[in-house]
Every structure is written in C-alpha cells, then in structure tokens.
Design a protein around this ligand. Structure first.
Ligand code: AMP
Length: 206
C-alpha cells in the first residue's frame, strides 16, 4: 500500500497516518518529523533547513526530496503512508519515478478551522505525538499519554507563521492535488469531522 495524505497544515493527516500505520502495519512517513529530527540533531543538513522551517517555507527542495526518498528506500519495503510529502509538483514527479502511488487522499478543511487547529496543537518532544488543547488533550496537562514526554508548541505553529504556511500551501501544494486528480487517484475527505469519523471514511476509500 503506497498512500499519500495531502491537505493544509492542521488538517489531521498526521493523526490519520498514525491510525492507518497501526491498522495496516506500514510505516507513517512524516517529512516534517524527519526534518525536525535533522534540526534537533544539529546536522549540517539540519542547519541548512532550520531557517526555512521556522518560516514554514519549502527550502532546498531537491535536497529534501533526496533525503525523504532515501528514507523511504531504507524503511518502507512494504509500502508507506506519506504525510507532508510530496508538497510540490516537483516532489510528486520525483516520487512517481520510483513508486506507484495507489491513492492520494485530500483532507479538505475551511481556513478558519485550519487556524484554530494549528494554534491549539501541542506536540510531544520525545515521540512527536500530536495533541490539541481542546479537541484532543492529554490526560495530564503538557505530558504525553504515550511516552510521558513533555508537550510543546512548535515555533511554526504560532500565529505569526500560520498565515505564511497557508500561503505556501496554496501556492505549492494545491497544484499537487490537481496533479493527482489528473492521474485519477485523488480521493476527498471531509477533515472537519471527528478523527474517528475521518478514519472511517478513509477505510471506506482504501
Ligand atoms: P509539517 O510538519 O509537515 O507541517 O512540516 C513542517 C515544516 O517542514 C514545513 O513548513 C516545511 O518548512 C518543512 N517541510 C516538511 N515537509 C516538507 C517537504 N516535503 N518539502 C519541503 N519542506 C518540507
């Protein structure tokens, strides 16, 4: 199973990718998590991309594409659920050169909802599990239910950066949706529902 989850920031694709990964036993590949790990480890690559990530921008996409494709090669022999990649038509074309994508699931969400979702999002520092302060809070405040790690608000989840991230999404990623539509593999999901209902809808589609 080679799936692409696509949609605006905060649409819940990371949460659904985790659920799908557990159900089908195939890896969830979050390009954002892979890149954040590079930044946290202070690698040369991490230093290069940090400034772009802080602003919610795409950055050196040839290098990023190479890194993500080589991650997939190493870790995903039985398929993958991609979250955050491809983010541009270039990335989708490069992915197509190596993999046969069976479906691209587009998470539709109104703009107002995007902002509310992102500003309330909290992420675990250790395992990267995602919470929402109102819709999906942890059992203990600021502590991850899964690993006990500390929750934090990503710098790029703060209000100042969100508008830019939405603009980048509209400029760079909306054309990817069109790209998959032309291939006849695009499926729509109403992402404004509860995570359980979204998951049900996805299971019907795949
Ligand atoms: P995300 O966790 O998917 O919201 O990604 C966080 C940030 O990482 C983005 O705003 C970009 O700066 C960077 N990023 C993630 N995925 C990609 C990608 N496929 N191509 C370029 N930059 C990316």
């Amino acid at each position: 199973m080679k799936l692409v989850l696509i949609g605006p920031p905060g649409c819940g694709k990371g949460t659904q990718a985790e659920l799908l990964s557990k159900k089908f036993g195939i890896p969830h590949v979050s390009s954002g998590n892979i890149l954040r790990a590079e930044v946290a480890a202070g690698t040369a690559f991490g230093k290069k991309i940090k400034q772009y990530m802080e602003k919610g921008e795409i950055g050196p996409q040839k290098l990023i594409t190479k890194l993500i494709l080589s991650y997939i090669n190493k870790n995903c022999s039985d398929g993958f659920i991609l979250d955050g990649f491809p983010r541009t038509v270039y990335q989708a074309q490069e992915l197509d050169k190596h993999h046969n994508i069976v479906a691209a699931i587009y998470f539709k969400l109104p703009k107002k909802e995007i902002i509310a979702r992102i500003t309330g999002r909290r992420t675990c520092k250790s395992c990267a599990r995602v919470y929402h302060i109102r819709h999906a809070p942890p059992k203990k405040k600021n502590i991850c239910d899964t690993c006990g790690g500390e929750l934090y608000q990503r710098d790029d989840d703060k209000k100042e950066t969100i508008v830019n991230r939405i603009n980048v999404y509209e400029m760079e990623t909306i054309p990817v949706i069109e790209y998959y539509k032309l291939q006849g593999i695009l499926k729509f999901i109403n992402a404004a529902q509860s995570p359980e209902m979204v998951f049900e809808e996805i299971l019907h589609l795949v």
